[in-house]
Design a protein around this ligand. Sequence first.
Ligand SMILES: [Zn+2]
Length: 98
Amino acid sequence: MSATPHDHDQHESCRHYLRSISEYLDGTLSDTLCDEIEAHMATCENCRVVVNTLSKTVLLYRRLPSPEMPDEVKERLFKVLDLRPYYHADESSEKPAE
Ligand SMILES: [Zn+2]
């Protein structure tokens, strides 16, 4: 987890692109930015892995009704993927009074 000076530029652009990833996955990002992200991913394995993992998670999460995913599995998944902010954001609206 140590940052190497050489990777500085790379990480800067990664952070820049990863900030837009959720919009990218939502399909709300402009074509120009989508192209930029895709061009970046073509040269950056790091971002490719992140987007790949994240898109699978998003698809999985949207497809499955949340009650069917045991809390411990969800917890582990989101912990591994470092998606706790998303998890907690979603959790607050998880119990609709139906
Ligand atoms: Zn990157």
